[in-house]
Design a protein around this ligand. Structure first.
Ligand code: SF4
Ligand code: SF4
Length: 456
């Protein structure tokens, strides 16, 4: 493993990055926020709501749970709409706040900077010591430190893989894979191993390449950002011409003392003084670093700060422009539509059709009947005692077979006659109203057509 890291530095294509650790105010806030998100991420699969996992993306069974509400394949349109809202939100959020998600909330950055990088500092020392260790010959100390580090990396990757799978296949299924004999869950076990190796590869080797090359969101920044977007930016008006402080000279330089600390702390290895770059994940480490230098040299803080390009160029503060108003309007409309659809979403989804190829039946008791096929899908996480009742007391239902209980997440098909007195029917085709009930609660209101010869 250590050979691999050494070799990487020798390769032309990639310069291994050893960022310095600077503990400023933003570092502290980022830590608090990041640890809170990590706690939520790991607790998520164990939090239950309405007897369901808080969040579940079971792609295999096509079952999705958000805050205790189950969404089945029949709710796919809601899922698509929610994804579109998420996309517009990302566009709006990025236009305003740049890539702050990447630096502060993305699991990749949080795990890398708050977990894996810290373990590296703890075992191998600061960035200089890490460089030295990588460049040194194989020794007992090197083998021990590298071995221990990678072993811990593997253990954490295993934990992340299990958590990830708990969100995909559910906590119960994951516990079964872990606790029951291996041969009963070979596929699940292989999935755990593969995901563990994938996460290990990402955090031990790929690192910033995920943000700068692989992640599609990162690649989109060029399109989403404009000169009014808030980004981590260097105030070149203040900073240039940069130069070291020399006591004996009159200072003709700007505020940047060219200490290079902002570059040394950058986890993607860029120099923010060269302007906005796609590689900048807005982690704000360079803000802390530069603030520290400004404090020491008794200059105003935020030579590097969270500001828009326009603010740096003209001094004008950020304001909400036409483009952002348009994005916000679209977002509000979409959220409203989704909210209405969610409110109108019923616990039972019913498809009711008059049996194909059948006509009406005239009965001896003076009634006329039609034959219907219905399918009911229970979208809740509990069994429903199903009942169908016509809204009009003169209309009757006669089941051919009746299923009273509808299992959670299950579906059932029913065939039944609907009859009504022929007397009083004035049109060949009329409407019949039905209520789908569970006990006294109306779950869904239905309307269907009924055909019968009109009475004169
Ligand atoms: S330039 Fe600054 S904000 Fe951007 S990634 Fe580097 S350290 Fe983080
Ligand atoms: S940390 Fe600040 S002062 Fe030092 S090089 Fe970067 S911008 Fe200049």
């Amino acid at each position: 493993m250590m050979m691999l890291e050494n070799k990487k530095n020798e390769k032309k294509g990639r310069q291994w990055i050893y960022p310095k650790l600077i503990k400023g105010k933003l570092y502290l806030y980022r830590n608090i926020f990041g640890w809170a998100l990590l706690a939520l991420l790991f607790a998520g699969p164990f939090i239950r709501m309405n007897d369901e996992q808080l969040i579940l993306f079971n792609i295999l069974e096509r079952k999705f749970v958000f805050f205790g509400i189950i969404f089945w394949p029949q709710d796919f349109y809601l899922f698509v709409l929610a994804m579109l809202i998420f996309l517009v939100f990302i566009v709006l959020f990025t236009s305003v706040f740049g890539r702050i998600w990447c630096g502060w909330a993305c699991p990749q950055t949080i795990f890398m900077e708050l977990v894996f990088r810290k373990i590296e500092y703890w075992i191998e020392g600061d960035s200089n010591k890490q460089k030295k260790l990588d460049a040194s010959r194989v020794s007992l100390e090197k083998v021990f430190k590298k071995g221990l580090k990678h072993l811990i990396f593997l253990a954490i990757s295993f934990l992340i893989a299990n958590t990830f799978l708990a969100y995909v296949i559910s906590t119960e299924e994951l516990l079964r894979i872990i606790s029951e004999p291996l041969n009963q869950h070979l596929t699940g076990f292989i999935a755990i191993v593969l995901f563990t190796l994938a996460f290990y590869g990402v955090f031990a080797y790929l690192r910033e390449i995920v943000c700068t090359v692989i992640c599609p969101y990162g690649r989109l920044q060029g399109v989403l950002l404009d000169n009014q977007s808030m980004i981590v930016g260097y105030d070149y008006q203040r900073g240039e011409p940069r130069g070291k402080i020399k006591k004996e000279e009159i200072n003709l330089h700007g505020d940047c003392v060219d200490c290079n600390l902002c570059v040394d702390v950058c986890p993607t290895g860029i120099d923010i003084r060269k302007g906005t770059q796609l590689e900048c994940i807005n982690c704000t480490a360079c803000i802390d670093a530069c603030d520290m230098v400004m404090e020491k040299t008794h200059r105003p803080l935020r030579l590097i700060g969270f500001k828009s390009e326009e603010e740096i160029n003209t001094g004008k503060q950020f304001k909400f422009g036409k483009k952002l108003y348009a994005y916000t309007a679209v977002l509000v409309v979409m959220i409203t539509v989704l909210s209405v659809l969610l409110i109108k979403r019923t616990d039972v989804e019913t498809t009711l059709l008059r049996a194909a190829g059948t006509l009406y039946q005239l009965r001896e008791d003076g009634t006329v009947s039609n034959l219907y096929n219905a399918e009911f899908i229970n979208k809740t996480n509990h069994t429903i005692k199903l009942d169908i009742r016509p809204a009009d007391p003169l209309v009757k239902i006669q089941y051919i077979q009746k299923v009273a209980l509808l299992e959670k997440g299950g579906s059932t098909k029913l065939t039944f006659f609907i009859s009504r007195p022929q007397k009083g029917i004035v049109k060949y085709k009329s409407e019949i109203k039905l209520n789908v009930l569970s006990g006294a609660v109306i779950l869904e209101k239905l309307e269907t057509t009924f055909i019968a010869p009109p009475t004169l």
